[in-house]
Design a binder for this molecule. Sequence first.
Ligand SMILES: Nc1ncnc2c1ncn2[C@@H]1O[C@H](COP(=O)(O)OP(=O)(O)OP(=O)(O)O)[C@@H](O)[C@H]1O
Length: 250
Amino acid sequence: MNAPKPASPHILQLEEVTRHRAGRPAVSNLSLQLEAGQVLGLLGVNGAGKSTTLAMIAGALTPDSGVIRIQGNDFLEHPELARSAIGWLPEGAPLWPELTVREHLLAHGRLRGLKGANLNQACDAIIQKLELNDLQRRLAGVLSQGQRQRLGLACALLHRPALLVLDEPANALDPVQVVALRNLLRELAANGTAVILSTHQLTEVTAVCDRVAILHEGRLRHDAPLHADQHEVLEKTFFDIAMAGRAQAA
Ligand SMILES: Nc1ncnc2c1ncn2[C@@H]1O[C@H](COP(=O)(O)OP(=O)(O)OP(=O)(O)O)[C@@H](O)[C@H]1O
């Protein structure tokens, strides 16, 4: 086995990544890079390949071909190193219904190698940040959708990952929590965390992302910097790509 790679300027690198699902290409020849402090919005119509891409980045799905590196470490050669740098919120925030909010965080922390006072401090800090104080002793199985989402985010953030991978993070959040999430992502990015998030809300992308990538039928159709005043440009680019795909399919 090769030695771990020295720190790479890119937190995340995808090179020509392809993955089939149910015998069809879900992601094709995808190449992407992400640097520390960047927030990349991943857009695309239903079935475009966003969740498949994020699951591969998180190490939950293996590409059929191509390479994914996290802080320079290839998932196949250094899975532990690659995984330890990632916090992942999967679509729908899967949770154990029989565990309380705090038990979830303790379990995630232990899986990430935290213990003792460090584990308790990390849990307290993230409970504070995600406003979960009043819910600490509640079972995950009785949480509302938005509360589940916040707990999923807390689990992803607990070990302070260098790369945050968020699949539709604003889903089910109320407007107050949506703004809190925006502020949290901006704060994390300002402190050097790289974020890749998928969403169907173009306003969320213009509010927090400094780059946008658009997938269509598993292929990267757009990857460019984005400024907060470019909402209309983003809308036009997104609809041009989505509608061109429909015209071809008709
Ligand atoms: N578990 C699965 N088994 C088989 N095929 C799947 C599975 N999950 C997704 N796919 C297929 O892979 C392709 C990409 O799906 P994916 O979920 O990555 O898209 P998405 O952009 O996240 O969509 P959405 O916006 O609807 O969440 C689709 O054709 C989908 O039908």
